[in-house]
Design a protein around this ligand. Sequence first.
Ligand SMILES: O=P(O)(O)OC[C@H]1O[C@H](O)[C@H](O)[C@@H](O)[C@@H]1O
Length: 547
Amino acid sequence: MSPAPVPLNQLPQWDALRAHREALGDTRLRELFDADPERGERFALQVGDLYVDYSRHLVTDETLRLLLDLVHARGVLALRDAMFHGEPINSTEGRAVLHVALRSQPGDVIQVDGENVVLAVHEVLRRMTRFSERVRSGEWTGHTGRRIRTVVNIGIGGSDLGPAMAYQALRAYSDRNLDVRFVSNVDGADLQEKTRDLDPAETLFIVASKTFTTVETITNATSARRWLLDGLGGDESAVAKHFVAVSTNAEEVSAFGIDPANMFEFWDWVGGRYSFTSAIGLSLMTAIGPEAFHEMLAGFHAMDTHFRSAPPATNLPLLLGMLGVWYGGFFDAQSHAVLPYSQYLEQFPAYLQQLDMESNGKSVDREGRPVPVRTGPVVWGTPGTNGQHAYFQLLHQGTGSVPADLIGFAQPVDDPYDQHDLLMANMFAQGQALAFGKTAEQVAAEGVPPELVPHRTFPGNRPTTTILGRKLTPRTLGELVALYEHKVFVQGAVWNINSFDQWGVELGKVLAKRIEPQLRPGAAEAPQDLDSSTRTLVQRYRTARGR
Ligand SMILES: O=P(O)(O)OC[C@H]1O[C@H](O)[C@H](O)[C@@H](O)[C@@H]1O
């Protein structure tokens, strides 16, 4: 076994960054731009369909050099290669981490336990293709012979957020005669609202769950089954035409009553939040068609290849990952905003919340020692321009600094009312205002009364990355998502945390299981050994529920 790595803040490369940060002091972005007229072009990369401007960051060439020194000192590239080779880098669960195999080329070879997983990946993709074509063409009919008009994906977390986000993002490429809906919350209102206008005879449920034991999903799937049977006269044989499953767990799928012939498989080396290029994307493939789905996979693959082979200095995920390490480590940045200037990307920040926060929301390292620096930030955001009229106030003039990603596209998917230029002007303007602000002198020169000058001054120096895609297509979406996946990987590697487990979600599940029986009618008094807050809440709830 190799020795445990030195804690991050004891590395000479970290010290060098700390000293460099002190030397930078209160350097303004304005000064950095004045000192280098080419900065806006120089601090930018084009990868695939994405042009990424990182010039509005509080970094110099020296910063980037020092950050790359840290990448090398931390063995980030070796860990990356280990991931691509199928080594069990998910150390707490003893598993490989191979979402990259999901978008591999048919001839590739990636071995897990002596088996080339690429073959299995492509076999499932072929089955998904056949199935989605049958549904789209109307060849797959429901129990009464009617064609399927609505597909309802029942899943949660990684079995919901990816396909839901991508369906929304690629709506314009979807078959508009087929509606796809997503039910995730155990709140029965979710299922009810999503099915109330549906005809069971024309509805197909995809139950998506890696483990097939997730309580929300099994509860919703059980209720959906009831809804279907009630609507179709109770004939159990209807289930086979209206329920398919996506899972790694064939046993639980058949215990639920879904024929394994209607199950689409994936594998334990695919993490839930990295799974929507697996069969978890079945609802998406049904919506946009196999061809567009494969285009998306090609976009993912292109970014995977870039991450794997581009030199560190021009490696985009590496760069964006290290910028996050820089702000967390030396600017105490606690959150990171993702602001898509695209309504189609409305759910992208929510998707990234799981990807980033479930991966890197950890405070012990791979050896179980406390991590001595700030790890994953709170990720949040909503589409521009809506946010501009809400929380951008804080981004511009609040006390802390929130690094942000501005994401937009040069060509609109469609622009029936000629509004795209206005949308994008806003994106460029916000990045400009956040970076350069407006000084007190500039404000005063406009004749603003002295007492209002501080209120109307913009400090600037608020860092942003601008991602300008050519156009939002399946391929571009693939590139974009893979970029963030690998960015998260880089950060986890530097912090020496395992980005691929999620033990932190377990405790609440166990406690909920214990509490639920106490809420039911006829339950005994809440136990005395329960903490007084929970006990009182349970009692209040029972009283208010009339129990
Ligand atoms: O796909 P499933 O097994 O149903 O899991 C769904 C989700 O729930 C879990 O609690 C994890 O926090 C997520 O990482 C996972 O994506």
